[in-house]
Design a protein around this ligand. Sequence first.
Ligand code: G
Ligand code: G
Ligand code: MN
Ligand code: NA
Length: 261
Amino acid sequence: KVIEREFQFALDREQLHLVFQPIYVLDSGEMRKVEALLRWTHPVFGSVPPAVFIPIAEANSHIVSVGQWVLQEACRQAQQWRTFNHASLIVTVNVSPLQFAQPSFVDVVREALYKSGLSPELLELELTEGAVMHSLQAVQQTLTDLKRLGVKVAIDDFGTGYSSLSYLKDLPISCIKIDRSFVADLGMPRHAPQFALALVEAIVGIARTLDLDIVAEGIETPAQQSMLKDLGCDLGQGFLYSRPLSAVELQRLLQPLTSPS
Ligand code: G
Ligand code: G
Ligand code: MN
Ligand code: NA
């Protein structure tokens, strides 16, 4: 209850900020994307995890205005990196089901791009299966409008929802993110690694056929990395490579040769 009330003020009181976790091409080590992740630092409670405040903000609709801010801030930051270094780094932004269902959603995305000057193909929206399956007909129109705008769409936490797989071929999406629970099971004898292997193999096969990017989330060990590479997964994200970084830390990673100021 207190958390709920306090979160209403978090944006106005400038208690929210974004961190960015790199996503790498597994073969070359090139940084291809960064995922923007929301953080809330309360003056008394300290750092409140998104797993706590996102569901609250979703329940009271506050996520809609906060989500708009996240989009604008992520686009602004991505454009800033682009102007003085990395030309083709894609920023990915998590979009909550409620935010995605707003009739104004595509306009909000368009405005974030316009205000920041970011090129649409450098923005990718991460949607969960739940958001996509919620109202398939409305979703189809929104996804078509986003595609026309030039923005990419990824399915986040893939494999954890209850959806049929056939929607993948009917919807204009560009990327599948394999949920980190399956990555965690790889190479862990007590966690049904056979099933995780078969599942990742199947997802990679589907993604290949549909010409989608495939990102494995939550890679923590070299063993997981090498299994995922062998399975044909192109992109990876996780603590093995980098935790989520502040904008300044990420910028340093992008410009290792710049002299200190
Ligand atoms: O950053 P962390 O791994 O703690 O994120 C926990 C959860 O919060 C994840 O499911 C993530 O997708 C979600 N999350 C993080 N940032 C955002 C955001 O900006 N918007 C929405 N809707 N969810 C987010
Ligand atoms: O639901 P979503 O996939 O958006 O969740 C992203 C969250 O996953 C972020 O909060 C991030 O901190 C977390 N995360 C990123 N890499 C790893 C990892 O290697 N292991 C674990 N356990 N969590 C990770
Ligand atoms: Mn995500
Ligand atoms: Na994710």
